[in-house]
Design a protein around this ligand. Structure first.
Ligand code: FE2
Length: 393
């Protein structure tokens, strides 16, 4: 007997009306008309079943701290950092934990089952080197950094070198806030790619944000991208925050600031999207919905072809899983039975409607459930429901 049978769902790769069979927390079969019975059967009704959303870049420690101790008046990245510095001495471990756990509940309800969380900078703070060692000894498995926030360009480069060597020594992954600025001369990504190559961390290093690439000279980028490709550098853009924080020193025309997502993808570089923040010193909005992130990303990046729309969906699912090197991710036999069923028929419709997450399934168990939304109209004495679905793709 199977543990779970999900009947009649569409998959992100275009397969329609398939069943997914689950046993022992794993997917054991994906095909049409799977015979047999299961302890739990879910009627997918032709909705989209997706692997869970992956948030490749988030700040769990600051989430839901909005307004403490005050609001960000200028709306800039630097005032946000300043504000976070003011709040830090008053934070308690319990308060951070409580907010983070509440954040996780929001994320799960929206179908996100994996989040990579970042913490703060390196050389700029006197105790960071020591704190980094302690954190790694306690089991933190990805090494961070923020080279553009170090005091000088050369300190930034030095931090990249030290952190990549540390990752290579300990066999860990790297993910740095890198070049989150409008300054086209902020070129730490070049050093990051070079160090990745030098210490042999190919495919294991992520450059987060990379917003300066938006402002860089095209000739320089034509040289930079092959270097990034050579290092198999993973890229994470954070559209909600990038469009809000970048270009703040511009009058008009005002730069959008998000890194060159479309061009990086065309160069065969893996790009994922992150939420970055929810209700904290840098961003007042959000409910941790990765479809909102993808929706903003495709608008800012003008990714409107069918292929690019699908890639935007991948940026919050499979591309994130690749960047984070998640094992057992996907909807194939042998993968973990982690499945989200959405009230939409395909990924493009999911981006358009940002619909309800009807079932969130983890290791073959339903851990969140939402009733499908029915919008009812009452016009000229008639009651009728509105159907926003247009299954074109
Ligand atoms: Fe960030």
């Amino acid at each position: 007997m199977l543990d779970m049978l999900v009947r009649n769902v569409n998959l992100p790769d275009g397969r329609k009306g398939v069943d997914i069979a689950v046993k022992g927390g794993k997917i054991v079969e994906v095909s049409t008309g799977i015979p047999g019975q299961a302890v739990q059967e879910i009627d997918g009704q032709g909705h989209l079943a997706s692997p869970p959303f992956v948030d490749s870049h988030f700040h769990m420690d600051s989430a839901l701290s909005l307004g403490q101790p005050r609001l960000n008046q200028s709306g800039t990245l630097l005032e946000g950092i300043e504000l976070w510095g003011e709040l830090k001495p008053d934070l308690s471990v319990d308060a951070i934990k409580q907010r983070a756990l509440e954040m996780c509940r929001w994320a799960i309800a929206r179908g996100t089952l994996c989040i990579r969380s970042h913490v703060d900078g390196y050389l700029r703070y006197p105790k960071s080197i020591e704190n980094m060692q302690r954190a790694l000894d306690k089991g933190v498995d990805v090494i961070g950094g923020i080279p553009h926030f170090e005091r000088t360009m050369s300190d930034g480069a030095r931090s990249i070198k030290m952190l990549c060597e540390l990752a290579a020594d300990r066999g860990l992954l790297v993910d740095m806030h890198c070049d989150e600025t409008d300054d086209p001369m902020s070129r730490h990504v070049e050093t990051l790619a070079h160090e990745t190559n030098r210490v042999g961390l190919h495919g294991r290093v992520t450059g987060s944000h990379l917003t300066s690439m938006h402002s860089m000279d095209n000739y320089y980028v034509s040289k930079l991208m092959p270097l990034m490709r050579e290092a198999d550098l993973q890229v994470v853009a954070n559209p909600l925050l990038n469009i809000t924080l970048q270009g703040r020193h511009d009058s008009y025309p005002k730069r959008r600031g998000m890194t060159r997502v479309k061009e990086l993808m065309e160069a065969n570089i893996n790009v994922a999207f992150g939420h970055d923040c929810v209700m904290d010193p840098w961003y007042s909005l959000g409910s941790h919905d990765m479809l909102e992130v993808a929706h903003m990303g495709l608008h800012v990046g003008q990714m409107t072809s069918i292929e690019q729309l699908n890639q935007s969906f991948n940026a919050v699912t499979s591309n994130g899983a690749k960047a984070l090197q998640l094992e057992g991710y996907g909807l194939e036999p042998g993968c973990n039975a982690d499945i989200v069923i959405l009230q939409a028929s395909n990924p493009i419709e999911a981006l358009r409607l940002r619909p309800e997450r009807l079932f969130v399934i983890r290791r073959g168990k339903v851990i969140a459930k939402t009733q499908p939304v029915v919008n009812q109209l009452f016009v000229e004495g008639q009651s009728d429901s509105v159907n926003f679905s247009r299954d074109l793709f």
